[in-house]
Design a protein around this ligand. Structure first.
Ligand SMILES: [Zn+2]
Length: 415
């Protein structure tokens, strides 16, 4: 039986990190956007040798879902493989209704790499110790899962601590707090944004003490999605800070308050919060993730500047003080241009296409209609799901911005 995180205990901070502390495992939270299992399509790339699919375990909550997902993933295999016997080995199932021998056989197939993706229900969470699982995915968070169990599942990834692995949690959008600042203000759960940091240690201690109290008081199966989900998981999903520090805090480990400066890409939030131009973390995934995170952060900075330039321009139409405001707008526009020139001089990002005029215009439309936060998530998701090359990703960023703009623009310009 798994214990409830530190909250249920006596509020003593421990030296020893919990079992769940896996620095090489990079946590990411992704809201589900498409219907069915389409958000998981990236698990089976359209082309390329199937033997190169990173070893993956995907956790779903019901046997029926496991069967459907297995079929879906298999349908995405290349033609030459899909209809042969091999297809049934490359993607396999482990569910509670399989007999022990079959389970052992599937595990061995996965261990030796004949199986690349294993779709599991909860029974497979424990006792599986295959070192080189590169991706551990939880698809949807049911009411009955608590934080330790989620971490057990995700912890199947990266057992070999010398290689980096990704742990992705796909959640229903109702389990993540609204992007909109005003809606967030009204939400009773806005505290769940709280980051774990040295500065707010006292506050964190209070939050942890309170976290499960309300949960235990309220009837379990009523209320909205927030109320039904494990509070520790909700905090993990919604924090604006490091997800790994949060896990350590939930288990009352003192290390929670020491940030991991050397691991700027330890989770999606760290990538956003710590990565900056010129600072490339020296870690196994650095080539792809850190560079993409840099690009993402730059795009974001750029879009923020665009927003303020846009606002100033709008304000400039205010007749009350036209001169000053027009000046401001001009200064802002200049700052924007020099920002773009400084940021992308002779870098591979220099030719990011949305800097061309019509795309820039579209980007502005996109930015006006999306909150910065939404934009983050779109960009980060794109960076991670399809990082075949940096160029491909740059193009992806452009496509996202332009397609959002086109969809929302009353008169789409012809390219
Ligand atoms: Zn982190």
């Amino acid at each position: 039986m798994l214990s409830i995180p530190g909250v249920a205990r006596d509020q003593v901070w421990y030296e020893q990190p919990p079992f769940y502390n896996q620095p090489n495992l990079k946590y990411m939270v992704c809201p589900i956007r498409k219907s069915g299992f389409q958000d998981l399509a990236f698990l089976v790339p359209k082309d390329g040798p199937v033997g190169l699919i990173p070893k993956t375990m995907v956790f779903v909550n019901k046997i029926e879902d496991a069967i459907r997902l297995e079929r879906y993933l298999r349908s995405r295999l290349p033609d030459r493989v899909r209809n042969g016997k091999q297809a049934f080995v490359i993607i396999q199932l482990i569910t509670s209704n399989l007999d022990a021998n079959t389970k052992t056989r599937v595990m061995e197939d996965l261990r030796y790499g004949n199986t690349r993706i294993c779709v599991c229900t909860e029974c497979a969470g424990m006792g599986i110790n295959i070192p080189d699982i590169m991706r551990a995915v939880q698809f949807k968070i049911p009411d009955f899962i608590a934080l330790p169990e989620l971490l057990q599942r995700l912890g199947r990834g990266g057992r070999d601590k010398s290689c980096a692995a990704i742990a992705m949690v796909f959640v229903h959008p109702s389990q993540v707090l609204p992007d909109d600042v005003h809606m967030l203000e009204q939400s009773a759960f806005k505290n769940l944004r709280l980051p774990v940091s040295r500065e707010n240690r006292e506050q964190i201690t209070d939050v942890i003490a309170q976290l499960y109290k309300n949960k235990l008081q309220s009837a379990k199966k009523t209320g909205n999605a927030y109320e039904r989900t494990d509070p520790g998981i909700l905090w993990f999903l919604n924090t604006s800070g490091c997800r790994r520090q949060l896990i350590l805090a939930c288990f009352m480990c003192k290390k929670a308050f020491k940030p991991f400066p050397d691991l700027a890409d330890c989770c999606d939030n760290c990538m956003y919060n710590h990565t900056d131009a010129g600072q490339v973390p020296d870690f196994e995934l650095h080539d792809v993730t850190a560079r993409l995170a840099m690009m993402y952060k730059r795009t974001l900075e750029y879009s923020k500047l665009q927003i303020s330039a846009e606002r100033n321009r709008l304000r400039a139409t205010n007749p009350r003080n036209p001169r000053t405001i027009a000046k401001q707008a001009l200064a802002c526009e200049k700052a924007l241009d020099s920002f773009a020139r400084q940021r992308w001089p002779d870098h591979s990002l220099a030719d990011i296409k949305f800097l061309s005029d019509w795309r820039k215009r579209l980007a502005k439309v996109a930015i006006r209609i999306t909150t910065v936060e939404q934009l983050h998530k779109e960009l980060l998701l794109a960076c991670h799901l399809r990082f075949s090359s940096l160029e491909a990703c740059a193009q992806e960023l452009v496509d996202i911005i332009t397609s959002t703009a086109l969809a929302n623009s009353p008169n789409p310009p012809s390219p």
